[in-house]
Every structure is written in structure tokens, then in C-alpha cells.
Design a protein around this ligand. Structure first.
Ligand code: SF4
Ligand code: SF4
Length: 138
């Protein structure tokens, strides 16, 4: 497949925002594939975690902005633990979700104030926050 890449694409607003929101330097990745090899959710993804980073490095935003992978990512941080360059793809996936939700103006389907204090004290907080961003009417 022939891919054309321009400076404007590589330095696009979306790529800059992904880097800003995630706090990750996308160009630290050298495509070793360790992240994808260890990702427990990869079977359900349409793009490998390393492919998501590669497309962003090349400024090919359209390829990632509707990907299923960002919603399937369980934010388990296995990719970060396996990355020899310390790239945290869970943060990059989260940044992609944030940008997508902003773009469509989605409102959360879950309102935490609907839950009782007793339930919230027992609820797994990471699961709540993770689900909060994902269970949205897109
Ligand atoms: S493990 Fe790190 S360096 Fe290797 S492909 Fe994944 S993000 Fe890139
Ligand atoms: S954080 Fe997401 S991309 Fe990284 S290993 Fe876990 S499920 Fe895969």
C-alpha cells in the first residue's frame, strides 16, 4: 500500500492534541511490537496498539479516529509495562476517546449521582471511570 505523508499531516492539530492530552511522545515508539504482543484485548481490536501509534506518527488521523481499538482497550497498562521506550498506549487510547467524544459532543449515559453513596463506596473505581467514558451513546 502506497502511503503519502506530508509535514502538515504529521504536525496536525489532532496529533498534537493526542500528544498533549496523553502526555506521551509518540515518536519514542520504534515499532518493536512488544505492546501488541502482550495486549490482552488485541483479539477484539481492528488496529494493533502499535499500529495506532504508527498511524499517529505518520499523521494518518483518519485511520485511527474511528477505530474500535480505542474502545476495546481495557486500560490495563500491559503495553506500558512491556514497552522498552516507556510509551503508555493506554494514555494514547484515552486521548483518542476524549477527542472523539468532544467531536461528537457525546454526553455520558451514566450519571454518578444516580448511585447511592453506599454503592459508590463498594464500587471498583477504575472500572467506574473506565466505563464512564465508554458507555456513551455515540
Ligand atoms: S512496545 Fe513501545 S516501542 Fe514497541 S511498538 Fe509498542 S509503543 Fe512502540
Ligand atoms: S492498555 Fe489497552 S492497548 Fe495497552 S495492553 Fe492494555 S488493553 Fe492493550
Amino acid at each position: 500500500m502506497k502511503v503519502s505523508v506530508s509535514r502538515n499531516q504529521v504536525q496536525s492539530d489532532v496529533v498534537r492534541k493526542v500528544a498533549e492530552i496523553s502526555g506521551e511522545n509518540l515518536f519514542n515508539c520504534y515499532q518493536c511490537g512488544n505492546c501488541s504482543a502482550g495486549c490482552p484485548s488485541v483479539q477484539e481490536m481492528d488496529l494493533l496498539p502499535s499500529e495506532v501509534v504508527r498511524y499517529l506518527q505518520l499523521g494518518l488521523v483518519e485511520e485511527v479516529k474511528n477505530c474500535k481499538s480505542m474502545w476495546v482497550c481495557a486500560a490495563c497498562t500491559m503495553c506500558h509495562a512491556r514497552c522498552p521506550k516507556g510509551v503508555d498506549i493506554s494514555k494514547i487510547m484515552e486521548a483518542l476517546r476524549v477527542l472523539r467524544l468532544r467531536e461528537v459532543g457525546a454526553k455520558p449515559r451514566i450519571d454518578v449521582t444516580d448511585f447511592s453513596e453506599e454503592y459508590l463506596e463498594r464500587a471498583p473505581q477504575i472500572a467506574m471511570i473506565s466505563g464512564y467514558r465508554k458507555f456513551l451513546p455515540l
